[in-house]
Design a protein around this ligand. Sequence first.
Ligand code: SF4
Ligand code: SF4
Length: 393
Amino acid sequence: MAFDLLKDDDLATCVHCGLCLDACPTFRATGLETESPRGRIQLMTEWKRGTLPFTEDQARHIDLCLGCRTCEAVCPSGVPYGRIIEAGRAEVEHIRQPSSKRWLARTALRQLVGHPHRLRVFGSMTRAAQAVGLTKIARSGRQLPQLEAQFRAPHSGIAPAIGARRYRVAFLVGCVMPILYPRSHAAAVRLLQLAGCEVWFPQGERCCGALLAHNGDLEGAARLRDANMQIYGRGQFDALIVDSAGCGSHLKDFYPELTGRVKDLTEWLAEVGLPPAEHEVKVRVTYQDACHLAHAQRIRKQPRDLIRALPGIELVEMRHPEICCGAAGLYSTLEPAMSTTILREKTDDVLSTRADLVVTANPGCQMQLSTGIRSRGSNMGVEHIAELLVRAY
Ligand code: SF4
Ligand code: SF4
């Protein structure tokens, strides 16, 4: 048990100042040092030094971390918390006897999410089951949206620029987005076309591996990265555009060959510009920062600037848009109690804005926010930011 994946240099950057504590959703929910970034770093440091034996009880503190990286964004000492928790989680998963729930999650991620064709078949079956009401019987935990026709890239593999072509971009279709939120992808692609981008859909591309890495399966994530790099190597592109914050953050950290070319949709649109709006968008909207966009990628200004540029829009901020909603990949399924506690606070905050619509930039957040809002009987809309922006055209 050498905990080799945890790096001494990374762990040593924590100076125990505690400035991250109030920003951490699990500390806010429990008030416990063991559920804080500082406590978790201390635990992993002691495991690594051998001054504390590994126990399943202690490992629960690692399980309960959302991996939201809010702590990383506020840490004055530059602790690379995302890297630390990913390594810590991989070590924990290596040592422990997995529970049946965790074993099932890992198998599903490797065998289903990692294979887009299988996932699409599963999505079609789920949609058929929804149509005859079967999923209402089987439903538990977070609610899947009502599935629509899946997003499909054009046969040619290219969506042309609208007007003069200024850029050629690759687009990450990904694993769950084309099944759960096809409209978000369709809106994102249209915005790119309007911005003068020819959009290339790399054929044979797999899941980026974010969900696997987030759950401690770094080996599985590395296999997907290697397969994807072969595909990306076959095309030329100015940027690889990602409209899911978790995937974008993973690609930026885990695909060094693509350094500088991975761009979140909002980051890219803010950089290259959209044509003038054609319609007013008279909506009162609030924006939820997806953790992996705001904290991991430090992108908070660009989405807000794009929203504010819409004629007729009213953007109202909630009190804590930067605090996690409790979705965090599979967290809401694996840790439903903590996830629900965190979602309760988030839902209060969202509803207090009295907005017509809440937008975000990550599918997990969309699903989680919908669950929270519906549970209060509110009919506030939940959309991907691309769906809001495209209303102007
Ligand atoms: S993680 Fe950063 S903010 Fe938190 S205690 Fe350590 S040094 Fe301080
Ligand atoms: S990643 Fe999020 S949940 Fe985990 S310690 Fe940091 S702030 Fe807390």
